[in-house]
Design a protein around this ligand. Structure first.
Ligand SMILES: N=NNCCOCCOc1ccc(-c2cn(C[C@@H]3NC[C@@H](O)[C@H]3O)nn2)cc1
Length: 448
């Protein structure tokens, strides 16, 4: 038996997102988001699943918070749905939407749980997408208006703020690969989206400072750690491109005020350029206080001219996989956190980490041992990372409960709590009780 003790002030939490759990898609004055539209587009989402009901957390949030309290977390990451606040994107403010989130945040605080807010977790008002989306500066200005409304409303109640969740997914998964909403498949569009959201991020941080808002603000990139299939320079270069597109493409502008030149040149070869306007890079590089890091898996990649615009092919190495097909390899988290040090020993929170394990109820229980094993491996790496002196300040498991996993619909389950999507009954899984024990003890026991 090995015991890994965590720091006394380490934050333990879980994470969700508005479109994935709330439901009530046509209630409370909410406007239409790009995911409402995408989910209704034939062939885009498994089984045609949509977020109309999801986990019905809009109506059941008190039950959810009771589960969080039972779990023992002190931090809960969630997102606010922009279409609930400004339904048409940049017009009238919907007071009913603000009131809902005040009730929710007040209930979290009453339960002794720190709110950790993501301003944008992919549910863009459709009206703004119709007018060019993140590539149009109208959307950038609309985001700043929305952010300032939330800053003003929740300053003093919320002390941890993230502007964007997984900018690589927003830009490249959704506009170059077409796998997520709005489903574009164009490199230039993706680069325009990435730049637009970065400018929006920087302007929002500038507003946050100017308005004197309480707490700390940052952004949450998702990690794509990759190691070379062979020792060849071209396979290593393929890995460098994959890693950098998820991380450096966003963090270099924020921390250095410029894009990674090797990737700018790579895209120029593909005929795509970054639409930088005067002053943009100064805005984007407004200093931030923290980073959220989302880690799930890592790859072994090789150079392949036919493997998309990055020419980086992820190889199947026969590793154990979760039920969504991602290899279980926690080593990548350790390697990545050391890679991240090039931006300085910045305060980092793991804002997402978890396993898709689709175990179902058996005699009223869910014996999700594979999820427990996944978490054991990744928390052991986190202990190593902290021991190396890296400022890793907290951990939020993805996810509190099974929810709408985007293009996979409801078939892919990441929750510590099982949700029956017909009855909406919540059932804590064995991993819930395992995580509850880790939090209570503030240590991890590894069975040798
Ligand atoms: N990286 N290179 N990929 C190359 C090509 O991949 C094809 C498929 O791509 C991907 C990549 C990444 C994801 C993904 C999903 N989640 C889980 C959510 N995170 C935010 C929260 O809402 C969770 O639901 N995180 N990441 C999905 C599909």
């Amino acid at each position: 038996m090995t015991i890994f003790q965590f720091p006394q002030d380490f934050r333990w939490g879980t994470a969700t997102a508005s479109y994935q759990i709330e439901g009530a898609a046509q209630e409370g004055g909410r406007g239409v988001s790009i995911w409402d539209t995408f989910a209704r587009t034939p062939g885009k989402v498994f089984n045609g699943d949509n977020g109309d009901v999801a986990c019905d957390s809009y109506h059941r949030y008190e039950e959810d918070i009771a589960l969080m309290k039972k779990l023992g977390i002190n931090t809960y990451r969630f997102s606010i749905a922009w279409p609930r606040i400004i339904p048409d994107g940049d017009g009238e403010i919907n007071r009913e939407g603000l009131d809902f989130y005040h009730r929710f945040v007040d209930a979290l605080l009453d339960a002794g749980i720190e709110p950790f807010l993501t301003l944008y977790h992919w549910d863009l008002p459709q009206t703004l997408e119709d007018d060019g989306g993140w590539g149009n500066r109208r959307t950038v200005d609309a985001f700043v208006k929305y952010a300032e409304v939330i800053f003003k409303e929740f300053s003093g109640k919320i002390n941890f703020w993230l502007t964007f969740n997984e900018p690589w997914c927003i830009a490249f998964l959704s506009n170059m690969l077409g796998i997520h909403a709005p489903g574009n498949k164009d490199v230039q569009t993706a680069i325009n989206v990435a730049h637009g959201l970065l400018v929006a991020h920087g302007k929002a941080v500038q507003s946050f400072r100017r308005m004197g808002i309480t707490g700390q603000i940052g952004i949450a990139p998702n990690v794509c750690w990759a190691e070379p299939y062979s020792k060849s320079a071209e396979d290593q270069a393929a890995c460098d491109r994959s890693i950098a597109l998820n991380t450096d493409w966003f963090l270099d502008p924020i921390y250095k005020g410029s894009y990674p030149q090797f990737l700018v040149d790579w895209f120029a070869e593909a005929g795509a350029t970054v639409p930088i306007q005067d002053g943009d890079m100064e805005i984007i590089s407004e200093p931030i206080d923290l980073l959220g890091i989302n880690y799930y898996t890592m790859g072994i990649n090789r150079h392949n001219p036919d493997a998309g615009v990055l020419q980086s092919e992820e190889m199947n190495m026969g590793l154990i996989k979760t039920d969504i097909g991602w290899p279980v390899e926690s080593r990548g988290l350790y390697e990545f956190m050391h890679y991240l040090q090039k931006y300085g020993n910045v305060d980092v929170y793991i804002t997402e980490n978890g396993a898709c394990i689709n175990d179902d109820l058996e005699n009223g229980k869910i014996n999700d041992d594979r999820r427990i094993s996944y978490y054991e491996q990744h928390l052991a790496q986190i202990h190593r990372i902290i021991n190396d002196g890296i400022n890793l300040k907290g951990y939020m498991a993805w996810s509190l409960m099974d929810n709408y996993e985007w293009a996979e619909g409801y078939r892919m389950r990441f929750g510590l709590v099982h949700v029956d999507f017909r009855s909406l009954v919540r059932t804590p899984k064995e991993s819930f009780y395992w995580y509850q024990s880790v939090i209570k003890n503030n240590w991890l026991e590894i069975r040798n």
